[in-house]
Design a protein around this ligand. Structure first.
Ligand SMILES: N=CN[C@@H](CCC(=O)O)C(=O)O
Ligand SMILES: [Zn+2]
Length: 389
């Protein structure tokens, strides 16, 4: 067993729920790490001895970002779709079929390399936990393959067979829902922790409330936790369905009614509203009012939604900066939502905060304060602190 004491921390952000914005900021603190866990934290002058010392030279240290919504197992490129969107073509989910075709055509090793590259890109920007969805296979074999490969890199794997109705089932949607809730679900269950569905009445490719309910209840019966893509392209039933079924998270929440906000506030502690401002950026959509959600008592998280269609960014610092500039959060609220909030959406308390016994997932900033994540937008100041000798 070897230990490291991290010293010279300009600002230690623990996200322990205390102090301004719940950030639990400590000045002059040190952290002792043993076997990947926080063994001690407190004033540097009182730090116990350790095998190694790592001085971070006055930089800010915070819990690693938790990216609780990402679609990273895909091949192909949709840059043209992005360019067309910037010229006025609205997003409707139809481009997902392009990624499905490219992903099906890729070999296991190609997909594995693409995934590894994207996870490494995230880690280099301070993300230490990432959730990875399937959803570009949409056959039993291709969905199993995506989740099997994702499981090699993360335990937070999500079955998204109900991403869109694939072209070959366009004339018989019910048959596809039967496949997703039957043989496909059974085959992917060993590799998935969560089930998700794109519940969206404003896309002909996505799923209705009744279809989504069938997918989620089947997933729950198979032992999976529930996540929902909801209220992305317009007002819709996703939020209410997520709350009704006790989902851990409903993601996007771009278009919320007052009743949706009330339902989310009542469900705080069970259902987190995961906001994905990179999607609003990349689809020219209005940003939801995150500050109003907090005032209403809604539990919120921030994530990238890194995917080839609506947001091909792997950057949690970018998301934090957008949440501050465009969604009304303070820099501290945004950091909390990107760490402790996202951990909550994954029902994890061993990540997203720094406390004795939690995972020692540390992110360090080339800056003295967490405020610089949004103040210095676009500058690569965040990175995972590698503690291995
Ligand atoms: N909206 C559904 N799924 C993704 C986009 C997937 C794609 O366009 O490839 C999202 O979260 O935005
Ligand atoms: Zn998504």
């Amino acid at each position: 067993m070897s230990s490291t004491v991290v010293t010279g921390i300009g600002e230690l952000v623990t996200c322990d729920g205390t102090g301004a914005d719940g950030l639990g900021v400590q000045a002059g603190a040190a952290v002792v790490v043993e076997d990947g866990l926080v063994a001690w934290l407190g004033p540097q002058a009182a730090a116990p001895a350790a095998d190694r010392r790592l001085d971070v030279g006055g930089r800010a240290v915070l819990p690693g970002f938790v990216d609780s919504h990402a679609h990273l197992v895909f091949a192909g490129d949709r840059g043209d779709e992005f360019a067309a969107r910037m010229a006025g073509t609205p997003y409707d989910g139809g481009g997902i079929g392009v990624s499905v075709a490219a992903t099906r055509a890729a070999t296991d090793d190609e997909l594995r390399a693409l995934l590894a590259g994207r996870v490494a890109e995230m880690r280099a920007q301070g993300t230490t936990t990432v959730e990875v969805k399937s959803g570009y296979g949409l056959t039993v074999e291709d969905e199993v393959r995506a989740l099997r490969i994702a499981r090699e890199l993360t335990t937070e794997t999500t079955f998204l067979g109900a991403h869109v109705v694939p072209a070959e089932y366009a004339a018989d949607r019910a048959a596809y829902v039967d496949l997703v809730t039957g043989p496909m679900l059974e085959a992917v269950t060993p590799y998935a922790r969560w089930v998700d569905v794109f519940c969206e009445p404003h896309s002909a490719h996505a799923f209705t409330a009744d279809e989504a309910r069938a997918v989620l209840t089947a997933g729950r019966a198979a032992g999976l936790g529930l996540r929902v893509h909801g209220n992305q392209l317009g007002p819709g039933p996703g939020v209410q369905l997520a709350v009704e079924l006790g989902a851990a998270s409903v993601d996007h929440c771009t278009f919320l009614s007052a009743a949706d906000v009330d339902a989310l506030a009542d469900a705080a502690g069970t259902t987190v509203a995961t906001l994905l401002p990179g999607v609003e950026f990349s689809t020219r959509s209005p940003y939801p009012d995150a500050a109003a959600l907090l005032r209403a008592g809604v539990g919120i998280a921030l994530a990238t939604d890194c995917n080839p269609g609506t947001c091909y960014s792997s950057s949690m610092p970018f998301v934090i900066a957008l949440a501050v500039r465009e969604m009304g959060l303070t820099p501290g609220q945004a950091v909390y939502a990107a760490t402790a909030g996202s951990a909550r959406s994954l029902r994890r308390d061993d990540i997203g905060r720094l406390a004795v016994g939690a995972r020692a997932d540390l992110t360090v900033l080339d800056a003295p304060s967490h405020v610089h994540l949004s103040y210095r937008a676009g500058v690569p100041i965040a990175r995972t602190l590698e503690l291995e000798a």
